[in-house]
Design a protein around this ligand. Structure first.
Ligand code: KIV
Length: 278
């Protein structure tokens, strides 16, 4: 595997990544693993900037930021608000904004939603959920100059219609459907494809069968890249831990420890010190 040089400078502790475009992202397939993380605000986006290939303003923000039970009542305005904030924080990273539920039911509505995102934010691309049944809409958007990321497999926007979050690719009929979906959205023009909640062997077959990169979440090791929701990855979301999530930090408990120390210091008149006052 030859490594494409995506390093801008190595003067800091971690390699700083140069901002990508869709041609470079497509070329990563089979060359290097692609990294994606979600972000919803400028503060975290700035920390993530240049340290990851792509940042996604996922409609998962409706759960992890707004505290709702699912993503379905996220609005386009909400996505635009958070995308503006992320773009302000991460000026050197490829940014993707999710289209929320109900904003891309027809070609015309989808294009109007995408144009609003492109006009009001600096997002580089737009992601939407759906397989073969959304191919016509994807083709129309791509023809009109929108860079589209696909999303197949477990699609959180279908949670109420499906009666829950269900791992995909467990039987022959579903495996066939997933292959059909991957091929249809590739043919329609997506430049990369999120594959969520799919049996790892099936995600591997899909990855091998299409020319565009796949980005897995709960889809095993053999996709072309990985994406995680930032609050899952950093251990801030404590309600439950899905099997596919790895905590790289115990964010919630670290924050609680720090907060308790601050509270104690204030109560014991240890904060502020002489050096911390005017
Ligand atoms: O909304 C989101 O954060 C997503 C990722 C989990 C892929 O779609």
């Amino acid at each position: 595997m030859s490594i494409i040089n995506n390093l801008q400078d190595d003067s800091q502790n971690s390699p700083q990544k140069a901002k990508l475009n869709i041609s470079k992202i497509k070329k990563f397939k089979g060359q290097k693993k692609i990294t994606m993380i979600t972000a919803y605000d400028a503060l975290f986006a700035k920390i993530f900037d240049k340290n990851v290939d792509m940042i996604l303003i996922g409609d998962s923000l409706n759960q992890s930021f707004a505290g709702e039970n699912d993503t379905l009542n996220a609005s386009l305005e909400q996505m635009i608000y958070h995308t503006k904030a992320v773009c302000n924080g991460a000026k050197n990273t490829f940014i993707i904004c999710d289209l929320p539920f109900g904003t891309y039911n027809t070609k015309e509505q989808a294009l109007e939603s995408c144009i609003k995102i492109y006009k009001e934010t600096k997002a580089d691309a737009i992601k939407l959920e759906g397989g073969a049944f959304k191919a016509d809409i994807i083709e129309y958007l791509v023809k009109n100059g929108i860079a589209i990321v696909g999303h197949i497999g477990l699609m959180p926007q279908s949670v109420r219609g499906e009666g829950g979050y269900k791992v995909r690719g467990k039987d022959e009929a579903d495996i066939k459907q997933l292959h059909k979906d991957a091929k249809a959205v590739e043919d329609a023009g997506v430049f990369c494809l999120v594959v969520e909640g799919v049996k790892s062997e099936v995600a591997k077959q899909i990855t091998q069968s299409i020319k565009i990169p796949t980005i897995g979440i709960g889809a095993g090791l053999d996709t072309d890249g990985q994406v995680l929701v930032w609050s899952d990855m950093l251990g801030f979301f404590e309600d439950f831990k899905p099997k596919f999530v790895r905590h790289y930090l115990s964010g919630a408990s670290e924050v609680k420890k720090a907060l308790q120390t601050y509270v104690k210091d204030v109560e014991n008149e240890k904060f502020p010190s002489k050096d911390e006052q005017y």
